[in-house]
Design a protein around this ligand. Structure first.
Ligand code: GLC
Length: 571
């Protein structure tokens, strides 16, 4: 619910509001001054920004051997080619096709709807509202969600309108510095809000921001993904504009360090993956995603890699960078080894021995083969594979989750072979994963007893609805990006064509229901902004694949030699 945040207090209300303005004004002049820098200088900065790899940063890892220099320089060239793909401002409210094609009529409608969803704060656009649907109870759909804003931000960046993204990044950064309390419990300093809204006071003619860090959210869920999306978006902004001055601001550097220090702290963990409560991400209700959900692990990996290129190696940054490098090595090894499932790996698990002790154990997490669900044997194609939903002691969640797998491809958490295998799986399980409306958030749905136990009898998450096997048009942009990265744009084209048969006619629903995604979701909001923006981003990316660079990271070869697997490594 979007009740006012009575428990969340701002550090000195008035002072904070004042400083919001001061910072914004300071930034503006600083920004334009920096933009006036001679271009070549900026290019140099940008090159180092993009090319900083684990290799250069690794503690004790030496620069590439001469034999690999050629490979490195070709990578650099590839990057430089992709680097300057700044969005071209069309000069129109709705952009025209850059390739000379007449754009699909839905594109113009989508731009208009996206612009209607803009939220302003003190005269500046700062985000987009989750849904413009007034027919239903608003709940918190009248807020700007951090995760929902990402496709909007990408659409604006691709259209050469970076200002709103910059405003959003700075505003949410200010919200991060609020004192965050739930009842009597204080949240970590680095926590980013799930969402925020602008409160208008017509009497005093003033505007204030209120934010939700989970203390108002249904189920009091923690937005673990928000901080990661914030870092990923900061890199997309930097990559798209070629302007490093925003990321270089001391407050942005600090914001990143705070987000990461929440995740890189040492504790009791025996795994490099990040332990989370249920409902911590796009699936923000109880759905059995607690533990080590793939969505968070993939976003964590991507945010770590983005931070690596954005963080300055000053006194404070250096230590964080060292921790990131170590974590990336461990995380990629763990994910690529233990979350990966293909036919061979499935067969190995099927034949696992249990109760093995010591480091020679093959079945390290003591997974009981009887816990393999029946559906997975039919679902697994001969060619193909995917990262499963969760891995922890005696628990492998074999469900397919779309967002985590797409982000794994984009961040290069997946090796090139694994990325290909994920796309093979999508192609061969098209009916199950795409059906009539792209794209299932997860597969399969939980039914009957499982649904009761795992969701706690959630009436919104009944089988094949909402988070429980529902089809979410927003995922189209992630699928398209993954398709382009793996060289299969035709898959994206097919999915987009499916969406074009219904999305506008149905007024941009939040999600669809049913095994084929044929029905507008039971409680789906209409005019759902990320359905609109997701469609636009998918279209723009297909038309101009150089946009992919904003959301994609090349494989870092330094992570590869670390891969070694004692059993059943198929690559
Ligand atoms: C739903 C979704 C969540 C999204 C929110 C606003 O709660 O599960 O991911 O951020 O709606 O659209």
């Amino acid at each position: 619910m979007s009740a006012p945040n009575v428990d969340v207090s701002q550090n000195g209300n008035i002072r904070t509001m004042d400083s919001l303005f001061t910072v914004a004004e300071f930034d503006e002049s600083d920004f334009s001054r920096l933009l006036d820098r001679p271009r070549p200088l900026n290019m140099e900065r940008k090159r180092s920004f993009d090319e900083r790899s684990l290799n250069e940063l690794s503690i004790g890892i030496s620069p590439p051997p001469p034999s690999r220099t050629a490979e490195y320089s070709s990578r650099i060239n590839d990057h430089l080619e992709n680097m300057f793909s700044p969005g071209r401002r069309s000069g129109y409210n709705t952009p025209r096709s850059h390739m000379g094609f007449e754009p699909h009529p839905m594109v113009a409608e989508a731009w208009e709807a996206l612009r209607r969803s803009l939220v302003h704060f003190r005269g500046q656009p700062v985000g987009t509202i989750a849904a413009l649907d007034n027919s239903d109870e608003k709940l918190n759909y009248d807020q700007v969600f951090v995760r929902d804003f990402v496709p909007s931000a990408l659409a604006f960046l691709m259209n050469g309108e970076p200002e709103i993204v910059r405003n959003f990044l700075l505003k949410t950064l200010r919200l991060q510095s609020w004192e965050k309390k739930i009842d009597r419990f204080q949240l970590g300093e680095g926590v980013m809000p799930a969402s925020f809204k602008v409160l208008h006071d017509p009497v005093r003619n003033s505007e204030t921001l209120i934010a939700d860090f989970g203390e108002s959210a249904i189920g009091r869920v923690a937005p673990v993904d928000s901080g990661f999306w914030w870092i990923i978006l900061l890199r997309a902004y930097t990559k798209s504009t070629g302007d490093t001055s925003l990321a270089d601001l001391p407050e942005c550097q600090k914001g990143m360090r705070l987000i990461l220090s929440l995740c890189l702290s040492e504790g009791f963990d025996t795994f490099p993956t990040l332990l989370c409560a249920d409902g911590c991400c796009m699936i923000d209700r109880r759905m059995g995603v607690y533990g080590y959900p793939i969505e968070i692990q993939a976003l964590f990996f991507m945010a770590l890699r983005c931070a690596l290129v954005l963080l300055k190696q000053d006194v404070e940054g250096k230590e964080v960078v060292e921790r990131i490098v170590k974590r990336l090595h461990a995380l990629s090894y763990h994910m690529r080894s233990y979350f990966w499932l293909d036919l061979k790996q499935l067969n190995d698990i099927y034949r696992y021995k249990t109760e093995e002790y010591s480091h020679t154990a093959v079945n390290k997490f003591n997974v009981i083969p009887d816990s393999l669900p029946d559906w997975v044997f039919d679902f697994m194609p001969i060619r193909g594979g995917y990262f499963i939903g969760n891995v922890s002691p005696a628990r492998m969640d074999f469900r397919w989750f779309c967002l985590g797998n797409c982000v794994a491809i984009l961040s290069s958490l997946a090796t090139p072979e694994q990325s290909t295998a994920i796309m093979d799986l999508i192609e061969s399980r098209w009916e199950e994963l795409v059906g009539e409306m792209p794209l299932k958030v997860c597969y399969p749905a939980l039914e009957s007893h499982d649904w009761r136990i795992v969701t706690g009898c959630d009436p919104k998450n009944t089988r094949w609805s909402y988070h429980n096997g529902g089809s979410w048009p927003v995922l189209l942009w992630l699928l398209t990006a993954a398709c382009i990265k793996t060289g299969r744009p035709q898959i994206a084209r097919r999915a987009i064509e499916l969406a074009e048969t219904r999305l506008l006619k149905d007024n941009w629903p939040e999600y669809y229901d049913g095994t084929l995604g044929r029905f507008v979701g039971k409680q789906a909001r209409k005019s759902q902004t990320w359905s609109i923006a997701g469609y636009l981003v998918a279209k723009m990316m297909l038309e101009d694949p150089s946009h992919l660079g904003m959301v994609s990271l090349e494989e870092d070869k330094q992570l590869k030699p670390m891969l070694r697997r004692s059993n059943s490594w198929t690559f």
